[in-house]
Design a protein around this ligand. Structure first.
Ligand SMILES: [Fe+2]
Ligand SMILES: [Fe+2]
Length: 624
């Protein structure tokens, strides 16, 4: 056997005679890892190579007895050169494969870092991946914070992982001090790669506190601590990897710690540093993302406040419709019957439904305020004017009678007056009673309940009357007042109703101007249809069931339920929940509302849910 040494890894060539080869072929095969490493001494070529027992390539050459020493030497040299080249090639291939695997792992980490918006999950993921890549047994992640009271920087012990000694931990905060390893890294931004935490030279500014190890029975040895720096160089946290192992699967004990823990290489320092910085950028992105969400939430809150301050009587309506609709969407996702058996809404859908519901009536800001808040058929000024006018007519009539009394007294004396007094008294009582009756009729008709035939006829009578005073003819009721009082249902005439209904188109136009993200792009359309009915009798477009999205249909059910049950609408008395559900059921029978959705709404009792995560101002929003 001959050998040549390279980097402590011996190259071995075998020189065997043909007889030996024949007898020991199997053992030679088993003991040789390098192809072509066997040289056969076969004087005269007498012994044929054992057929089939030696794999191709293992035999390098045969040397015959007549070979000259120089030829033999050259053969041997060539053999070693070839073995060495092959060994180098194999090593390069191995490194290449390792690098490829590492790159693909890093790529995955990069993708995950940008995809994860939950900071706690993101941090745990970063630490786990860094430990896996470096084969570190344990690790800790700290975040740099500012103490709100003192303004001083501090370190939050955020996450700890330990494969060999797993235990529960709680977050805590400590002052940022260069005396600790993590504090030093957080303060200076330098990387500390320590071979043995127990052997840190005493002249260093930082040191290792062994108390934690003592308390847990763990032995921290090699340690790599790097800063998490964002693209602006700001240090957001520190990652500390502890005890790099020869094999990630091994568990560390005090007995084996010396043999299986190895130092972190220089190459790993750069890798960990770069991944930690990538993680810092993701953290920063998440912070920005959350700030945008908070900003948008604030904008929606301001919009809802704007709608409801114009019409304070609908206060809380947008919020309640959002809560009901999201709860209904959750119930639809759970439902295992009917048309919605296979329908489910993702967290992104929920977010879209919530915002569409919160903003569905925003277009009310485009409706004239007196129409928006109109509680009775006549505006307050109008009814006041009617009352004053009738009061005036009554007084004018009484004044006319008074004049009659005066003239008869002056012209005919007491006797003449007594002769007409009874008649005038009767007329006076009649006038007073008539005007009082008219006023009562008008006041009753002004209230927006369904107008019956009798008061309608009485209104016709009043409208037909005119008070003549000299050359002036004063109608008891103007045409406009008469038309308004004759409104059969509700408090609005046709023109006012159209104005109120225009809020849907205003909502749509307003929502369309917002550059929604892809997940929320349907918000304008969802809100646009909230007054449409399955049979096409809704407004503003009069579209039919198949043209209306499920999200809109759910919102419509919630909107009607709240409009009925809310106790704060002046023109409608609040009805109890059960009565409102009966009305919804009637609308289903008339093919106006979706039967399955109303059924789910009722069965899930969505209006009773105490989950307020959907409400404005809550920190945990639906879908987020
Ligand atoms: Fe509406
Ligand atoms: Fe509404």
């Amino acid at each position: 056997m001959a050998s040549a040494s390279k980097d402590n890894d011996d190259l071995v060539a075998w020189l065997v005679d043909a007889g030996f080869l024949k007898e020991n072929a199997k053992a030679l095969c088993d003991n040789n890892r390098d192809a072509g490493s066997i040289l056969v001494w076969n004087p005269g070529g007498k012994i044929p190579a054992p057929e089939g027992s030696l794999p191709d390539g293992l035999l390098y050459d045969e040397v015959f007895s007549f070979a000259k020493p120089q030829e033999f030497q050259r053969t041997l040299k060539n053999l070693f050169q070839r073995l060495q080249l092959e060994r180098e090639l194999a090593e390069k291939n191995r490194l290449l494969k390792e690098k490829e695997a590492e790159n693909s792992e890093l790529l995955q980490v990069g993708i995950q870092l940008t995809a994860e918006h939950d900071n706690d999950k993101l941090l745990a993921y970063i630490l786990r991946q860094l430990r896996q890549i470096t084969r570190a047994d344990a690790g800790t992640l700290y975040l740099v914070e500012r103490d709100e009271a003192s303004g001083a920087q501090q370190l939050r012990f955020k996450i700890a992982q330990n494969d060999s000694n797993p235990r529960d931990y709680t977050e805590f905060v400590m002052p940022l001090s260069k005396k600790t390893i993590s504090g030093y890294v957080a303060s200076t931004g330098s990387v500390l790669n320590i071979e043995d935490a127990y052997k840190i030279p005493s002249n260093r500014e930082y040191g290792f506190n062994v108390n934690m190890d003592k308390a847990t029975g763990y032995r921290s040895k090699s340690m790599l601590t790097v800063p998490m720096q964002d693209h602006k160089g700001e240090i957001l946290g520190v990652v500390q990897l502890i005890n790099r192992k020869t094999d990630f699967a091994l568990k560390i004990t005090t007995a084996n710690v010396e043999s299986i823990v190895i130092p972190f290489s220089r190459e790993l320092e750069q890798l960990v540093l770069s991944l930690a910085s990538q993680a810092a950028v993701s953290l920063e992105n998440n912070k920005l993302y959350q700030e945008i969400e908070t900003l948008f939430e604030g904008f929606v809150k301001a919009s809802v406040t704007a709608i409801e301050s114009r019409d304070p009587t609908t206060s809380g309506h947008s919020n309640r419709v959002a809560v009901y609709t999201v709860n209904l969407a959750r119930a639809v996702t759970r439902a295992d019957f009917g048309a919605y058996k296979n329908v489910s809404f993702t967290p992104e859908h929920m977010k879209e439904i919530r915002y569409a519901s919160l903003l569905h009536d925003f277009g009310k800001v485009g409706v004239r305020e007196h129409v928006l808040v109109k509680a009775e058929k006549l505006y307050p000024d109008q009814i006041k004017l009617v009352k004053m006018r009738l009061g005036y007519i009554r007084q004018a009539m009484l004044y006319g009678l008074l004049k009659e009394r005066f003239h008869s007294l002056m012209e005919g004396g007491k006797e003449a007056y007594l002769a007409i007094k009874e008649e005038i008294d009767r007329k006076e009582a009649e006038y007073v009673a008539e005007v009082d009756r008219y006023l009562a009729t008008i006041e009753t008709a002004n209230i927006p309940t369904i107008l019956d035939a009798a008061p309608a006829k009485a209104l016709d009578e009043i409208h037909g009357k005119t008070f003549i005073e000299g050359e002036t003819a004063l109608p008891y009721l103007t045409d406009d007042e008469y038309i308004k009082l004759r409104i059969h249902r509700g408090s609005l005439d046709d023109e006012e109703r159209l104005q109120i209904e225009s809020h849907v188109s205003h909502t749509y136009k307003f929502l369309q101007t917002i550059p929604w993200t892809k997940e929320m792009r349907n918000i304008p359309v969802i809100a646009y249809g909230h007054h449409e009915k399955l049979d096409g009798t809704g407004y503003p477009r009069g579209i039919h069931g198949e043209e209306i999205s499920t999200q809109t249909k759910m919102m419509t059910v919630s909107d009607i339920f709240d409009a009925l049950t809310a106790s704060d609408r002046p023109y409608k008395r609040a009805v109890p929940a059960q009565k409102a559900l009966d009305i919804l059921t009637d609308e289903v029978k008339e093919n106006k509302l979706d039967a399955d959705l109303v059924k789910i709404f009722i069965e899930a009792k969505v209006w009773e849910s105490k989950d307020d995560s959907v409400a404005l101002g809550s920190t945990a929003h639906a879908g987020s």
